[in-house]
Design a protein around this ligand. Structure first.
Ligand code: MN
Length: 737
């Protein structure tokens, strides 16, 4: 065995300590604090003087390394450094909490107590594991530094896991993946999360890890070339504008590539090029940050076509873990979608290092998003009476995937994916609730069905038996569950309607003395260009196929085609016995947006209330999605000149429909049922389409504004008469703008 040079070791320990101090750029360094840190170091050295790690090195290197991670990689200050240096003393040495409290203070003792309690959180017994998990979350609500130091501790243990016994390695790696990586993610510590995952993978699947790592290295040059080419025109413009910035490519982590390969059963070659391009701006002032980011967005999308569905604005509304960034996905010249992340240096720091990095910018800042999250966790824990296993299931859902949790009026919690809408919630409660969903109240306010929910929202669903799923619901629901239920319900409804079409067609056949031998359904399908029998009957029922045409058709050369004889016009009208204005279901005007004429979710601007037929355009707002303005809107000039990059094409299709948008102001006595009553009346009214609705109540007086699309004035009069019958309604005024 090699001789240990104790003197040399002492030197090395001191060296490690002072380089840790140098790395602690954000810690207070006044004489008193310095002395306290040194004292913690001395106490730890003394306490661990006889301990060595499995690798053989003196144990004290570990607490120093943990303190360094806290300071350098998480951005924590002196208190955390002191606690990190002492973090294993109470558990492993003769030092007691009383000693810590006496020599360093109560806060420090509390944090170290927390750290001691949460050691050994993960156990083979699943329910003990769950209990421990609950414990770790509870300590989190005492002082978040407990978790942050614990994460630093775990990171260092993972970095030095090589010298442990294989079975221990595997146990530690799996609890890291199970608990610590998701926690790091939830706390916004992105670099630490990725490193923990990569290290765990390296331990669990050494060959897979090696494979991905070496292939990433081999393909690096190709990626770099692509990034250079992609960013060069953007770079040129930004340089010309005198902006300070950095552009880099971020490939996915080894762990996430590996996971994808396994999950989708695809080779590395099919996932290796998944990466994002990140543009980091050195904004001069915090107040310029937002406009700087949008300016860069504008430059990027000048060169590359963006996918408007993939625009994510986490600058106006940061994620719960503090993440701020502007994401867009654009089409590269090689036809590949590329994600571009635009953010400032400050935002990047938070994204990589988490909120602690943020605290140094906002010294003593008030309630941050982070505090909000901690509070939610605390409430969740305190209100949770059920056993720990259920809790862990609920909570882990939120940790692993980006999920939100919302509450029913009774306080039941539902987990939904981020981006889920009120309608998704309704379907999550029960299929029937979703199908009959008429309105959504979030925290007691009525919102559109497409309203995106946030964690902590209390959501109430208003239903009506007469409500049925609409085609456009598919445009905004997020969950698989809602999508499939809506589709199947639409199909059922189509079948119902098609039945009527079948009857109509048979009648017409009889009348014209056509038999199925003369004209087969197949021939009809191909003549009217419909895909299926169901579709044929359906089109007949909704009168999109004019049965009047049948009379003039004949089968020639095996193909159904117009008769050669000229049919007098009046024959057509003879057969068209239905008066189209009376019974024809109103075809809804559809607004299509963007170059691809997609049906996107939109709102009509209240400044100009566009109606079908108007020349319109879309404006991408920061918080309310796409708003549709008339080209003739008084705000157009201002919007187009200042925000040209946020303008998007929009046009109405099927302009022939006569329908107009009108507003109603409803005043009444605030009563539990009034909103429901009003929305029911509107939805029961045939051919009336509710475009927007907002309610306000103050001092017992209820005031609602509803924008409805009506077909003509008699419809409107009818609607107003029926609204007047709703209990509590006092007065209805037409508001025209
Ligand atoms: Mn430790």
């Amino acid at each position: 065995m090699a001789e240990i040079d104790l003197e040399q070791e002492k030197q090395d320990i001191l060296k490690a300590y002072s380089s840790m101090l140098r790395a602690a750029k954000h810690a207070k360094k006044d004489a008193v604090t310095k002395k306290r840190m040194r004292k913690a170091f001395d106490v730890a050295v003394e306490a661990h003087k006889n301990d060595r790690r499995k690798s053989g090195e003196p144990y004290i290197f570990h607490p120093i390394a943990v303190a360094r991670i806290c300071a350098e990689e998480i951005g924590l200050g002196a208190t955390s450094i002191i606690c990190a240096l002492l973090h294993d003393t109470v558990e492993d040495t003769d030092i007691t909490l009383e000693d810590i409290s006496r020599d360093f203070g109560n806060k420090e003792a509390l944090i170290i107590d927390g750290l001691t309690k949460i050691s050994g959180v993960v156990d083979n017994n699943k329910s003990i594991q769950a209990e421990n998990f609950k414990k770790i979350l509870l300590t989190l609500s005492e002082d978040v530094r407990v978790i942050l130091i614990k994460l630093a501790d775990r990171l260092h243990n993972m970095r030095t896991i090589g010298s442990m016994r294989r079975d221990k390695q595997l146990k530690i790696a799996s609890e890291t993946l199970f608990l610590y990586a998701p926690l790091a993610h939830r706390l916004g510590l992105h670099s630490i999360k990725s490193e923990l995952e990569d290290l765990s993978l390296q331990c669990q699947e050494p060959e897979g890890f090696e494979e991905v790592q070496s292939k990433l290295k081999k393909t690096e040059e190709v990626r770099k070339r692509f990034i250079r080419k992609f960013s060069s025109p953007i770079k040129k413009i930004l340089d010309e504008r005198g902006m300070e910035f950095e552009i880099k490519g971020r490939s996915k982590s080894i762990h996430s590539i590996w996971k994808k390969m396994v999950k989708q059963n695809v080779p590395f070659e099919e996932v290796y090029d998944l990466f994002a391009i990140r543009i980091i701006i050195d904004s001069e002032e915090e107040m310029n940050e937002k406009s700087d980011c949008w300016q860069v967005y504008s430059v990027v999308t000048d060169f590359y076509q963006p996918n408007i569905d993939r625009l994510r604005d986490w600058i106006s509304a940061p994620k719960a873990n503090g993440y701020e960034s502007l994401h867009t996905t654009v089409m590269s010249p090689t036809g590949k979608w590329v994600e571009v992340q635009i953010r400032t240096r400050r935002m990047d720091e938070i994204a990589e290092k988490g909120f602690a990095a943020h605290w140094k910018y906002k010294e003593g800042g008030a309630a941050s998003q982070f505090d909000v999250w901690i509070n939610q966790v605390r409430e969740l824990l305190e209100s949770n009476e059920e056993n720990a296993l259920d809790l862990i299931d609920d909570f882990k859902l939120n940790l692993f995937t980006d999920e939100i949790y919302v509450f029913t009026p009774n306080g039941d919690m539902k987990s939904l994916p981020v981006g889920a809408t009120g309608l998704d919630f309704a379907f999550a409660v029960h299929t029937q609730v979703g199908v009959n969903c008429l309105g959504i109240k979030v925290n007691d306010k009525l919102v559109p069905l497409s309203h995106q929910l946030n964690s902590g929202d209390q959501v109430e669903v208003l239903t009506s038996k007469n409500q049925k799923p609409k085609e456009d619901w598919l445009n905004f629901v997020q969950t698989h569950r809602a999508k499939t239920r809506i589709k199947s319900s639409l199909k059922d409804e189509k079948r119902e309607v098609a039945k009527k079409g079948k009857v109509l067609l048979e009648k017409e056949f009889k009348k014209l003395k056509i038999s199925h031998e003369n004209i087969s359904l197949k021939e009809l399908q191909s003549y009217f260009k419909v895909k299926s029998e169901l579709e044929l009957y359906y089109q007949v029922a909704i009168e999109s196929i004019d049965l009047g045409k049948l009379k003039g058709l004949e089968v020639r050369k095996g193909v159904l085609q117009p008769k050669r004889t000229i049919i007098p016009k009046r024959v057509k009208t003879l057969f068209g016995q239905r008066k189209p204005t009376q019974t024809a279901p109103m075809k809804k005007p559809v607004l299509v947006i963007g170059d691809n004429m997609e049906k996107l979710d939109y709102k009509l601007a209240s400044c100009c209330n566009p109606i079908p037929g108007n020349e319109v355009y879309g404006f991408i707002t920061v918080t309310e999605g796409i708003k549709i303005h008339k080209t003739a809107c008084p705000n157009t000039v201002q919007l187009m000149s200042n925000y040209a990059y946020r303008i998007i094409k929009a046009s109405w299709i099927d302009e022939n429909d006569v329908a107009f948008l009108t507003g109603l102001k409803i005043i009444g006595i605030d009563d539990m049922g009034i909103v429901n009553g009003i929305t029911q009346v509107i939805s029961n009214e045939l051919s009336v389409d509710m475009r927007s609705i907002s309610f306000d109540s103050h001092d017992g007086i209820f005031e609602g504004r509803v924008m409805v699309m009506v077909q003509d004035t008699s419809h409107l009069t009818n609607l107003i008469a029926n609204l007047n019958k709703v209990k509590g309604v006092q007065k209805i005024e037409k508001i025209d703008s």
